[in-house]
Design a protein around this ligand. Structure first.
Ligand code: UDP
Length: 236
C-alpha cells in the first residue's frame, strides 16, 4: 500500500505489523519518528530541521490524530500506529531475535520503576543499559560513551519533543545502534507513573482529550493540533 505525503513528509501507512517487517528488511540505520502536530511543527518552522525529517533513514508513523486523519483522507486504508504500541512490538521482536536495547529518558524514579516492569513483560529481552533523561543535552559525552559501550541495537529516547529528535539526529551517526526511536511520554506510561487513556477513548480518537483533562496546562497543544489539522487538510 502506498504511503502518503503530508507537507512533503513521507507518512508510513501500512500499520504496525508491516512496519516491523519493513524495519527488519532494512539495512543501515533507521529513525522512527512519531508523526503528530507537536513533533512536526519544528521541521515546518525550520528548513534545516525539515531536511533532517526528510532523510531516507526516517520512518514517520501516523501516531497522533493530527497526522492520522489528514493521512487517512489521502489514503483511506492508512492505519494509525501509536508510538508506544510500535515500541512494545519492537521489544517483543528484539526479545525473540536476541537484539539488545537501551532506554534513555524520563525521570530517574520513572526509568528505575520501568526496567523491572519491562523485564517482567519481556523476560528474554536484553537490556544493554538505561539512563534518565535529565542531563545537559549539549554536553553529554559520558552518556554517549555509555550507549556506545552498551553496543545496544536499539535506542529508545523519551526526552520529550523536540529534545529527543534533536538528540537522535545529532548523535545517530556516532552511536552503534541501528534503530532509534523517540517515544515521548511512553516511559511514564510503561513505568505505571501515568495511565494511558481508556481503550474506548483511543478508539474514538479522544486520547488528546484524556491528556488535556489530566494536564490542562497543555491546552496550547490542542490549539496547535487543531491548527495543524486544518492546515494539513487545506495545504498538506
Ligand atoms: N523528559 C526528559 N528530560 C527532559 C525533559 C523531559 O527525560 O529534559 C521526559 C519526561 O520526564 C517525560 C518525557 O520526557 O518522561 C516526555 O516529557 P513531556 O511530557 O514533557 O514531553 P512531551 O510529551 O511534551 O513531548
Amino acid at each position: 500500500m502506498r504511503n502518503i505525503q503530508l507537507f512533503g513528509f513521507d507518512i508510513y501507512c501500512n500499520g504496525a505489523e508491516k512496519c516491523i517487517a519493513e524495519i527488519k528488511s532494512r539495512a543501515g540505520k533507521i529513525h522512527i519518528i512519531s508523526g503528530n502536530a507537536e513533533v512536526l511543527k519544528y521541521p515546518l518552522a525550520d528548513k534545516g530541521v525539515y531536511a533532517l525529517f526528510k532523510q531516507i533513514e526516517n520512518i514517520i508513523i501516523p501516531d497522533g490524530i493530527s497526522v492520522y486523519y489528514p493521512a487517512k483522507r489521502k489514503n483511506k486504508a492508512c492505519k494509525k500506529i501509536p508510538g508506544i504500541e510500535l515500541m512494545q512490538l519492537l521489544l517483543e521482536e528484539y526479545s525473540n531475535s536476541g537484539k539488545s536495547v537501551y532506554f534513555l529518558g524520563a525521570k530517574k524514579s520513572v526509568i528505575e520503576n520501568m526496567i523491572p516492569k519491562i523485564r517482567a513483560q519481556f523476560p528474554r529481552l536484553m537490556i544493554a543499559g538505561h539512563h534518565h533523561g535529565y542531563f545537559d543535552k549539549n554536553n553529554c559525552h559520558d552518556i554517549i560513551d555509555n550507549i556506545k559501550e552498551s553496543k545496544a541495537h536499539a535506542l529508545f529516547a523519551a526526552l520529550g519533543t523536540p529534545a529527543q529528535e534533536r538528540f537522535i539526529f545529532e548523535y545517530m551517526n556516532q552511536l552503534p545502534c541501528s534503530l532509534f526511536m523517540g517515544v515521548g511520554g511512553s516511559f511514564d506510561v510503561l513505568s505505571g507513573a501515568i495511565k494511558r487513556s481508556p481503550k474506548w477513548m483511543r478508539l474514538a480518537g479522544l486520547e488528546w482529550l484524556y491528556r488535556l483533562l489530566r494536564n490542562p496546562s497543555k491546552i496550547s497543544r490542542i490549539q496547535n493540533n487543531i491548527a495543524f489539522i486544518i492546515k494539513a487538510f487545506l495545504f498538506g
